[in-house]
Design a protein around this ligand. Sequence first.
Ligand SMILES: C[S@@+](CC[C@H](N)C(=O)[O-])C[C@H]1O[C@@H](n2cnc3c(N)ncnc32)[C@H](O)[C@@H]1O
Length: 288
Amino acid sequence: MSVLAAEMPSISDDELSRFADFFYRKTGIRLDERKRYYMERRIVDRVRACACHSFADYFSRLKFGGLGNELEALINEMTVNETYFWRENYQFECMTRHMLDEIARTKRPGQRIRIWSIPCSTGEEPYTIAIHILENWARADAYDIELLASDIDSNVLQRARQGFYEERALSRLPRHLRERYFKPFGPTRWQVVEGLRESITFGPVNLSDPKETARYREIDLIFCRNLLIYFDDVSRRLAAANMFDCMTPGGFICLGHSESMSRISNLFRPRQFAEALVYQKPSSREAA
Ligand SMILES: C[S@@+](CC[C@H](N)C(=O)[O-])C[C@H]1O[C@@H](n2cnc3c(N)ncnc32)[C@H](O)[C@@H]1O
């Protein structure tokens, strides 16, 4: 019996399990049965927002496309978007101390270095990457650095483009960098300066869908942090293969601290730097 039964038509175990399978096929995310209350509350909000008279009515119209852009709204509702500036900072230090130099050795000055933050959530991660490069990589001006940022959730992308943040997101960012790259907006909000906002290209991508990731090619460095924890092994392997196809040989991937590529796929080789363990697509020479 649903906890929410008194407030609205309940969702049976069988319905919830079919819904979870559908959501998994669309996103790669395995909804956690232990978070049933969280899941149900959000589904109920969507059923109400679509003025459906029952969950069954909502689910059948959703599946057959009878609710317009509802799938997008549902995904936006169900995703976990937790993020903040300077998160797992050692990886950004590793980027500016080692990985960018290695990538640059395969290019001529002036050539493009392409970095992709997926998932970028509300933008804290790609802005952190940009600030780190500007502050800490002396050769930044010698290359054409392209910074791309993607997420499946269209709401967070909209917020990322606007670049407004509060204390909670900014608390780990060193104060002098806040002064340099943000303008105060009222007593509690800060906005990323326009030049920095414009230096990042935000766009929607489902990492589980090879048709969507196919638009991204020749990526030299991917930050894919704190997403694979929501996937099962099948969708993790698919995500790894999709990222592999997007990357240049010799390119690097950084995962979240509780995520490991070695357990998922042997496409990449681990590289242990002083600051961080990262993963690398073999160079053309190694692959031959
Ligand atoms: C916890 S946030 C991680 C944000 C950032 N990378 C970090 O580590 O701080 C997880 C994000 O993954 C996104 N997401 C979930 N499934 C996705 C998918 N299949 N493709 C792309 N992004 C996805 C969610 O919308 C959410 O914003």
